[in-house]
Design a protein around this ligand. Structure first.
Ligand SMILES: Cc1cc2nc3c(=O)[nH]c(=O)nc-3n(C[C@H](O)[C@H](O)[C@H](O)COP(=O)(O)OP(=O)(O)OC[C@H]3O[C@@H](n4cnc5c(N)ncnc54)[C@H](O)[C@@H]3O)c2cc1C
Length: 288
């Protein structure tokens, strides 16, 4: 199906892009177009104006800063996946980017686009949530920071205002004793394609015990969700296989698990437990 007719602009500066969004209610930002264009073709989105920010300079780098890694709005999944800084400082995000779609999608789609799009079954939102990332949003009125915990609101709905651009995601760099990981079951059985369910985990080990943990699930509800009961159950344990297994049993506690085309509530609950355990095991191994 063809999209409904729309106007298109490709500004050459961020200010121009923000002004276009401000002046045209209902306008949509485009980065990779990997989700926006299919949704426009299905006529699920029909924006009157598409603001393609692909030519805005200064948004395509990964900066390894003091305490965090900053990933700009135009950084493609492939660049996030292959970045040494992301792999060593925020491994779960590199792994999630590596498992996002196919080669074409990874070479066009962007990490910030995947976060802004907030698909229920996407990979990188769960990793950003487990890692405690911060979203940097810019509008014509200025800049604000949104914690990942507050960013994912509902299906395809983030906390971004319609006139805001997610210019950067800042991911805290893992310190000594901290490791993170992401894993999923893809819709076609392997790891490619959207997640039926998956989990990201970040764990800090201190003197042989777990001093901090965060686990985030994808694919089980309407948005990426923290599995706080699992994290709480793991903290204070020795992080052994038995402790992981016991904690992972709580993965769906307090989480709204929903049936969809890919699985029942029972199956999704089971996958949440399995993938929480796998992500925790890998995160603890990485924590050393
Ligand atoms: C065949 C196929 C397979 C895929 N498989 C997977 C998969 O396995 N896992 C997975 O997680 N994803 C998958 N995706 C989705 C893919 O990762 C997209 O790249 C991603 O969801 C959106 O990134 P984008 O840069 O292409 O954003 P766009 O398509 O350009 O935009 C998507 C939405 O986000 C908004 N947006 C984008 N960037 C910004 C910004 N900087 N600020 C504000 N709003 C913004 C747009 O307005 C739009 O509403 C797949 C897509 C396709 C086509």
């Amino acid at each position: 199906m063809y999209p409904r007719s729309f106007e298109y602009v490709a500004p050459s500066s961020l200010d121009e892009a923000l002004a276009a969004l401000n002046d045209h209610p209902g306008a949509k930002v485009m980065t990779g177009g990997m989700s926006l264009i299919p949704l426009m073709k299905l006529r699920l989105f029909s924006p009157p104006l598409v603001v393609d920010i692909g030519r805005v300079p200064g948004l395509d780098s990964i900066a390894d800063g003091n305490g965090h890694i900053a990933i700009g709005a135009l950084v493609r999944h492939a660049a996030t996946a292959s970045s040494d800084a992301v792999a060593s400082g925020a491994a779960a995000l590199a792994q999630a980017a590596r498992l996002t779609g196919d080669v074409q999608v990874r070479n066009r789609g962007t990490t910030c686009g995947a976060l802004a799009h907030a698909d229920v079954a996407a990979d990188q939102p769960a990793a950003a949530l487990a890692l405690g990332a911060t979203m940097v949003a810019r509008s014509a009125g200025g800049e604000r920071e949104i914690a990942a915990d507050d960013f994912f609101v509902d299906a395809l709905t983030s906390a971004l205002e319609p006139n805001e651009i997610l210019v950067e995601v800042r991911v805290p760099k893992a310190g000594a004793g901290t490791g993170s990981a992401y894993d999923k079951l893809g819709r076609r059985g392997g790891r490619s394609d959207y997640a039926v369910a998956g989990a990201a985990a970040m764990v800090t080990m201190d003197g042989g015990s777990v001093s901090a943990a965060r686990v985030a699930l994808t694919g089980v509800g309407t948005k990426p969700t923290l599995a706080t009961a699992t994290a709480d159950a793991l903290v204070g344990t020795d992080g052994s296989a038995d402790a992981i297994k016991a904690a992972a049993q709580h993965a769906a506690e307090g989480v709204t698990v929903l049936e969809d085309l890919y699985g029942s509530v029972e199956y999704k609950t089971h996958l949440a437990q399995v993938y929480a355990a796998r992500a925790l095991e890998a995160a603890i191994a990485a924590a050393g």
